[in-house]
Design a protein around this ligand. Structure first.
Ligand code: ATP
Ligand code: MG
Ligand code: FE
Length: 345
């Protein structure tokens, strides 16, 4: 089936088009630059930017795919989780298209969409798989037994998302937003063992309840305190060492939990997704640990790791092919949609 997907849950306006598991177009407009001076995504600014970008992005995707809008078999759209105002722009546009074209509409889960991105990769993963999704808004560990119907949450962050921690620590070091790439750059030549920052949620009593949960706010605070102490003592802050040591702590926490899940559940497959996967150290260390553990590692190309419409279209196409009933037209935006709800009716 020819499916058009719309994604507006955060700061990327994405429209993607797939035919079955083949990617035809993936156009993204980002309002990231507009958020830079605030040091994080501002919901109101994001919603306004989506409103301006949605029509041109849609037109560009249709042109890139070389199709006519009328040829589309179904529309898929992110209904949650995400920023309400931002989500509503995509939902509104998708409904308008579905009504005008008289096509079925599928209201899908953003996080499951990140897993769906893998479907259009050259060698998609087999199921079940463990999936680690890390971005500015999420840090989630999932077990995916069936993309269109059996997704379970193993753990998530109880405070800051990993990407958010990168952004906040960058600010502490006086580096601009978004912090991820800045920390990556600043860490070059730094010693990852220079400072032993806390790994978080490692107390035995926490382990049972939050076996696979993440916490990054303690780490962020530890970095801020360390930098403050150095400054107070009149010493120059070794930015490269701090960046490398902080990055090492984040990578260690993320991958230790992900590979523990693979081992505990006996699932030798791991899929990574989300903007933090752009991190050079995450990719390198994931590959190293996967080789040792005998785990098949999948990292979709970066354009499919960050928020995009193609992953939503891909998930929509899977739902169509599985014969799932489309959504009724009265769904809304659900900012806290649980990951178990792959499709909302
Ligand atoms: P959502 O959480 O809804 O997916 P998002 O816009 O935060 O939305 P992405 O666009 O996928 O998600 O990711 C952006 C995040 O990724 C930012 O927090 C940014 O700092 C982080 N990031 C980008 N590049 C890197 C990198 N090289 N290292 C670490 N983090 C990075
Ligand atoms: Mg983004
Ligand atoms: Fe995302």
């Amino acid at each position: 089936p020819l499916v058009l997907g719309i994604e507006t849950s955060c700061d990327e306006t994405g429209v993607g088009i797939v035919r079955g598991d083949r990617l035809l177009a993936n156009v993204i407009a980002s309002s990231m630059d507009e958020h830079a001076r605030y040091g994080g995504v501002v919901p109101e600014v994001a919603a306004r930017a989506h409103l301006e970008a949605i029509e041109p992005t849609l037109a560009a995707a249709v042109a890139e795919a070389g199709i006519r809008l009328d040829d589309v078999d179904a529309i898929a759209v992110t209904t949650g989780p995400g920023l309400s105002g931002a989500l509503m722009v995509g939902v509104g546009a998708a409904k308008a298209l579905a009504v005008a074209l008289e096509k079925p509409i599928y209201a899908v889960n953003h996080l499951v969409g990140h897993v769906g991105a893998d479907v259009v990769s050259e060698e998609p993963l087999e199921y079940p798989t463990i999936a680690l999704l890390v971005s500015g808004g999420h840090t989630s560990l999932l077990v995916v037994r069936d993309l269109v119907g059996d997704v379970e949450l193993l753990g998530e962050t109880i405070d800051d998302a990993a990407g958010e921690a990168f952004d906040k620590v960058a600010r502490v070091l006086g580096l601009p937003y978004p912090g991820g790439p800045q920390i990556d750059r600043a860490a070059v030549g730094g010693d990852p063992k220079a400072i032993r920052f806390p790994r978080g949620l490692s107390l035995p009593k926490d382990m049972a309840k939050h076996r696979y949960d993440f916490s990054f706010s303690g780490l962020k605070t530890a970095v801020a305190r360390w930098v403050e102490a150095e400054t107070d003592a009149g010493r120059e802050v070794p930015v490269a060492d701090v960046a490398a040591s902080f990055r090492e702590a984040v990578v260690d926490v993320l991958l230790t939990k992900a590979f523990a899940a693979c081992a505990d559940l006996g699932i030798p497959r791991l899929l990574l997704g989300g903007g933090v996967v752009a991190n050079a150290r995450v990719r390198e260390e994931a590959a190293r640990r996967a080789a040792i553990a005998g785990v098949t590692l999948r990292i979709p190309p970066l354009s499919l790791c960050t928020d995009n419409g193609a992953m939503i279209a891909a998930l929509g196409a899977q739902l169509v092919m599985a014969g799932r009933e489309p959504s009724s037209l009265d769904f809304g935006a659900d900012s806290t949609l649980p990951v178990t709800d792959v499709l909302v009716h």
